[in-house]
Design a protein. Structure first.
Lengths: 109, 597
């Protein structure tokens, strides 16, 4: 199956996704959105892993499955992390009644 | 016993005694004193055995230091000079030890005192028997240390502690010159052994360098024998116990400089200009010290200045052609009568409850007849009454100066011959004659036999030592013939004694008051000023360096750097989550950049 896609195409998409995620984390004020952007960055990393796995074929033409196995671990851990992260955000919202990160700077003082 | 055993025993017995006392018997003062006295008596006996040895005797040397071809040995030279000197050192040492048994009887630091005396005997023996400059220098320094310990024996008294420090420091100045002189001699002749230097000295071409070397070696004698300008420590050293003053600061240690010059007389003889300088410094010291002595009121200080003056004579003789023997002769006779005078003054001080001011004494003639008569004999020897030992040796020196046609030095010597009888008569008349001026003097009574027996022995020696020239063999002669020198010095004796008698008989206060002499020509104050100036200058320099160079670089610069970098870094701590995230991302990018490109 030759779709004409090379590793670089996948990496470019992954890079764009990562950049969008990072920009979101740095620019947006809403902590929920920041959290989603973090997930986006994580997905970009996952995409890279799969792409490398797919294009790193061995002697018999089969892909290197290590990367894909790692991907599943990451998804699992990310799910757990989302649960914890959302719980913290909920707790934070209850305490401060805001989702604006510029308002949540009391550790400074 | 063979000569080896004798010589090494003489050197090591006192050391063993000091070690035993300090390490073992310090707690029991009586035993310590007996050990020390026993060791010195043993060395005296051994010294007499040594006297029987031929002039060329030498003990087997001990290898001490080996650097390639250069070797330093601890060797013992046992020629007649050393043999004679050993008799003086151990003979007077014995009498002083015995006297100390009485004088220091109730002293709290008695064991320490006797250990110090033993250590001194060891050091002095080392100087006398040394066969090379390196060994002599080691023991030279050891003598300095012993002197420091003994002057500062009553260290809880500020004046004693200060005097000890002063003696040590002033001696160090001279010793520094001595060390450079030794090195120069080594460079010039290629050896530090006296015998080899004597052989090589004729081949030295550079007369200027030789003069410099001899003058630098002489520096050591200037310090140890308290010549101008380093004489200031000796009068202060009288703060030590009186037996110490007698042993160290009158009879033996201060004679070390003279002995050293006599030992290297071949060097002095080879350096014309240096020899003249030595003679003039000796003569000047003799005269100035005699002038200072005329106005002192402390009995020990008068004797200290007279010691300075007599040492000046001896040093002067070392600088004259064929004067070395006369100088050693005077050293030999002077040692006996000066030890006698000091121990006599010790007896007086002891009897007057440690009163040292002669104007608070008086009338001691009836109270202390034995001390009176022995002191009289000592004084007679010091002022060179014909027939006493001092007369012969002083005549020898003055004659040597006359025959050397060194009229400046001769004139200085004659002037001293007028002054010495004057100030000694003053001391004697004020302290012993007249009536008691204070209660202490009135209650004085004769000291115990353990103290007056040494006085009596020394008094006998003060008269007859010049006739027993055995220890010095050919170095001293009892010879007299009428000459200008003899007439003048006899005139000096008569004039001095009469003037002293006329001025001071029956006086209760000093009728003469010459501030310049009483204040020792303000030399102490001058030195103090120089030292203070120098110290202030050095202090200011170092203060400036510290304040304007070291402190800014090592203290203020790092502090400033830490503070300013902290100020800059504080700007980054904004407390904004996204700013940290941005910096984190930036850091990651920079890291990737660094790793990849």
């Amino acid at each position: 199956m030759d779709t004409g896609l090379t590793l670089n195409h996948f990496l470019a998409v992954s890079g764009i996704l990562f950049a969008i995620g990072l920009a979101g984390v740095l620019i947006r004020r809403n902590i929920i959105v920041i959290f989603m952007c973090l997930e986006l960055m994580l997905s970009a990393a996952n995409l890279t892993l799969v792409a490398f796995s797919r294009f790193n074929t061995g002697a018999n033409g089969a892909p290197d499955y290590h990367g894909q196995v790692l991907l599943f671990f990451i998804i699992t851990v990310a799910a757990a992390e989302v649960a914890v992260g959302l719980a913290i955000i909920v707790a934070l919202f209850r305490a401060r009644e805001t989702t604006d990160v510029t308002q949540i700077a009391s550790m400074k003082n | 016993m063979d000569v080896n055993t004798i010589a090494w025993l003489i050197l090591l017995l006192p050391l063993a005694s000091a070690a035993v006392i300090l390490l073992g018997t310090k707690k029991s003062a009586g035993i310590s004193a007996l050990i020390s006295t026993g060791s010195v008596i043993a060395t005296l006996v051994l010294s007499f055995l040594l006297l029987a040895q031929p002039d060329t005797a030498a003990a087997k040397p001990l290898q001490w230091l080996s650097l390639g071809d250069f070797e330093v040995t601890i060797g013992l030279k046992l020629d007649s000079l050393a043999q004679g000197m050993m008799i003086i050192v151990t003979g007077i040492g014995t009498l002083v030890h015995v006297f100390s048994l009485g004088y220091m009887h109730d002293d709290a630091g008695k064991a320490r005192f006797f250990a110090g005396l033993s250590q001194f005997m060891f050091s002095m023996t080392g100087i006398v028997l040394a066969d090379n400059f390196a060994m002599m220098f080691i023991f030279w320094e050891l003598v300095g240390v012993s002197s420091y310990i003994l002057i500062g024996h009553w260290y809880d008294k500020d004046s004693a502690a200060d005097a000890a420090k002063k003696a040590f420091l002033v001696n160090r100045i001279g010793d520094f010159g001595f060390m450079i002189g030794i090195l120069l001699v080594w460079v010039l002749t290629g050896s530090i052994y006296f015998d080899e230097i004597a052989k090589a000295i004729g081949g030295v071409q550079n007369a200027n360098l030789l003069n410099a070397a001899v003058l630098l070696v002489f520096c050591g004698a200037v310090g140890k024998s308290a010549q101008l300008p380093l004489h200031v420590w000796l009068p202060d050293a009288m703060e030590g116990p009186t037996p110490v003053s007698a042993l160290i600061h009158a009879a033996t240690m201060v004679a070390a400089g003279v002995y050293m010059l006599a030992r290297v007389s071949f060097l002095v003889g080879a350096a014309e200009m240096a020899a003249d300088t030595i003679a003039i410094i000796g003569g000047a010291t003799a005269l100035l010290a005699a002038l200072m002595a005329t106005q002192q009121n402390d009995i020990k200080r008068v004797l200290a200045y007279s010691t300075l003056s007599q040492l000046g004579y001896m040093i002067m003789a070392q600088g004259l052609h064929d004067g070395s023997d006369a100088g050693m002769f005077h050293l030999y006779t002077h040692a006996w009568f000066k030890a006698l005078l000091f121990l006599g003054s010790g007896a007086v001080i002891f009897a007057c409850h440690h009163e040292q001011d002669i104007w608070k004494m008086g009338g001691l003639r009836q109270k202390m007849p034995i001390t009176f008569w022995t002191f009289l004999i000592g004084t007679a020897a010091l002022i060179a009454v014909p027939g006493t030992s001092g007369f012969w040796s002083k005549e020898a020196i003055l004659e040597a100066a006359w025959h050397d046609h060194n009229y400046l030095v001769w004139g200085l010597g004659i002037a001293v011959a007028f002054l010495t009888p004057f100030y000694m008569t003053r001391l004697f008349v004020v302290a012993f004659l007249g009536k008691p001026r204070t209660k202490d003097a009135d209650h004085a009574h004769e000291v115990s036999p353990i103290m007056w027996v040494p006085l009596a022995i020394l008094a006998v020696m003060a008269v007859i030592s010049a006739y027993i020239t055995g220890p010095l063999e050919a170095k001293g002669h009892v010879a007299f013939h009428m000459s200008l020198t003899a007439i003048l010095s006899l005139a000096g004796l008569v004039v001095g004694v009469l003037a002293g008698w006329k001025l001071y008989a029956g006086c209760d206060r000093d009728p003469v008051n010459i501030k310049l002499f009483a204040n020792k020509f303000y030399l102490d104050e001058l030195y103090l000023g120089i030292v203070r100036l120098f110290q202030d200058f050095v202090g200011m320099t170092f203060d400036a360096v510290d304040r304007y160079l070291i402190e800014p670089i090592t203290v203020r610069l790092p502090a400033l750097a830490a503070m300013s970098s902290g100020y800059v870094l504080r700007l980054l701590q904004v407390g904004n989550l996204q700013a940290y995230g941005f910096l984190f991302g930036l850091g990651a990018v920079v890291l990737i950049w660094l790793i990849v490109f």
